[in-house]
Design a binder for this molecule. Structure first.
Ligand SMILES: *[C@@H]1O[C@H](CO)[C@@H](O)[C@H](O)[C@H]1NC(C)=O
Ligand SMILES: *[C@@H]1O[C@H](CO)[C@@H](O)[C@H](O)[C@H]1NC(C)=O
Ligand SMILES: *[C@@H]1O[C@H](CO)[C@@H](O)[C@H](O)[C@H]1NC(C)=O
Ligand SMILES: *[C@@H]1O[C@H](CO)[C@@H](O)[C@H](O)[C@H]1NC(C)=O
Length: 183
């Protein structure tokens, strides 16, 4: 009976540990990659099921600096509160950046005024054409290297063949000379 009871107890503890604690925030997506000119949208919600008043209190911030405070083990962050503008819209936890530029790339976090831990998201801005150019350059370099390799192999083969023919010719000449001596 004793082992069975401890297993039950362990299961009970594990269930508690895996239940979302009250007042946890979560965001979707956690990471987003867009091209310049596109819009980026993140949604922040309460894991325990938001009531609309609480959802209205959520704020979004841009993290401008992170320094590792080794003494406390916590990151020291500098963040700017984001407000509605022609570029940014924040409404009930939903955060939209319109017409994204490379300058918008970085870390953002969702917060509320209570002591719930803030949650962070990352915005990545990438340029497809430059990927293609990079890919093209890489391909061209690879092709050039392959060409050099193939040319090298061909030259080496020809050289080896010539050397072999030379050796055979020499052998024949020696044999002829030897036969002539025999006679
Ligand atoms: C909703 O959240 C607000 C702010 O935290 C709180 O004052 C209010 O009592 C909550 N309402 C319900 C129905 O839980
Ligand atoms: C961390 O932030 C506190 C203020 O919140 C400041 O006094 C301290 O100097 C900062 N530490 C580092 C390492 O930036
Ligand atoms: C931003 O604007 C929307 C309407 O477009 C509004 O519903 C929302 O409350 C505003 N957010 C803030 C933080 O003022
Ligand atoms: C998007 O931003 C670029 C550069 O900042 C600007 O030239 C363009 O007109 C903007 N497009 C829209 C639809 O706002």
């Amino acid at each position: 009976m004793q082992p069975f009871a401890s297993i039950l107890y362990l299961l009970f503890i594990m269930t508690i540990l895996h239940m979302p604690a009250y007042g946890q925030l979560s965001t979707t997506p956690v990471e987003l990659a867009v091209e310049p000119g596109e819009d980026a949208e993140f949604t922040c919600t309460w894991e325990d099921g938001a009531n609309s008043t609480k959802q209205d209190l959520l704020t979004w911030h841009r993290i401008t600096e992170i320094s590792l405070a080794t003494s406390t083990g916590n990151n020291n962050e500098t963040a700017i509160l984001l407000t509605n503008s022609s570029k940014v819209e924040i409404r009930r936890g939903v955060f939209v950046i319109r017409n994204v530029t490379f300058a918008d790339a970085g870390l953002y976090k969702c917060h509320d005024n209570s002591d719930a831990a803030p949650v962070e998201v990352a915005l990545i801005v990438y340029d497809m054409p430059s990927y293609w150019v990079e890919g093209g350059i890489l391909l061209a370099v690879s092709a050039a290297l392959l060409l050099v390799l193939v040319a090298g192999l061909v030259v080496q083969r020809k050289r080896a063949e010539r050397a072999r023919l030379e050796r055979e010719k020499k052998k024949k000449r020696h044999r002829a000379a030897w036969l002539a001596q025999e006679k």
